[in-house]
Write a protein that binds this ligand. Sequence first.
Ligand code: ATP
Ligand code: FE2
Length: 320
Amino acid sequence: MTLCLGIESTAHTFGASLVDDRGKIYSNASKTFTTKKGGLIPAKLADHHLEYCDRVIEEATQGFHDFDLISYSAGPGIGNALRIGSSMALYLSKLLKKPLIGVNHCIAHLEIGSMLTKLENPILLYVSGANTQVIAYEGGRYRIFGETLDMGVGNFLDSVARELGLGFPGGPKVMRLAAKSKNLIELPYVVKGMDISLGGIFTNVKQKIELHMREDICYSIQETVFAMLLEVAERALAHCEKTELVLGGGVCCNSRLQDMAKKMCKANSYKCGIPKNDFLVDNAAMIAWTGLLMHQAGVKTEPGIRPYERTDQVEVSWRN
Ligand code: ATP
Ligand code: FE2
């Protein structure tokens, strides 16, 4: 058995997890930076992660005296935050003389979803704070078939939440308010080819905020933006001739988005895989699992961070 310690710190969450090469998850500890009012301030993230990193790693490794491998999120993400996780991982790898692997965070979302839902060749609808992409494996890489042209859906929801005075993270609060409405306010619907754009919708929503109930705003942004996401996902599935959809990213915790994904899959006789919330949001188990896959395929990485690494820049030698 090979046991991997994974460390995640791309953004608001510092996480550590132990996973073995059969996919057994022994621990999945995390501490998330939150605020009552206002958004996420990058400079404060590093302080937060530094304060909690030792406790989170201790919690994840409790009862284990040894492991074989250390992996960490190398990117994409916020430099200040990434540096804490990568430094801890490098330090531990030197101290314990274990191999070190830097993992692409977006790819890790896909790998954990694929493993947990037992879908072997899915399209990933990856909807998080900073990222919104439709990803599939083709020709030795994970290719991006559609994506947001400006902000990620999570950041969009968080920004609208901030305008409504709801605090960070806004996604869950928007979801709760949306459930109280059925009043659809007309908003721009912006799908360009396989991509979506949210900047125009955000401007439009800001202009309408004073005129409507918060519940109606929340309901309408969800209905509009989630429909855009599923339109792109559906088209990518048809284009790639794949029949499995897996969800990843914190926004996919949203039960309305999950319902819409299930409906779309049912209508097309596709399989729909939805991991539990703990593995949709940023988590270290996905980093540990992907580190294991890479290590077993003989992949070696340079230490350090890659804040701007794109999904399709990574050569994927562990899948065929
Ligand atoms: P990434 O680094 O992959 O871009 P991230 O760091 O933003 O991701 P995630 O945990 O994947 O982290 O996603 C966070 C986003 O998910 C936030 O924008 C948050 O508002 C949103 N979110 C969390 N729970 C829900 C929910 N129930 N409904 C909608 N959005 C949610
Ligand atoms: Fe993420």
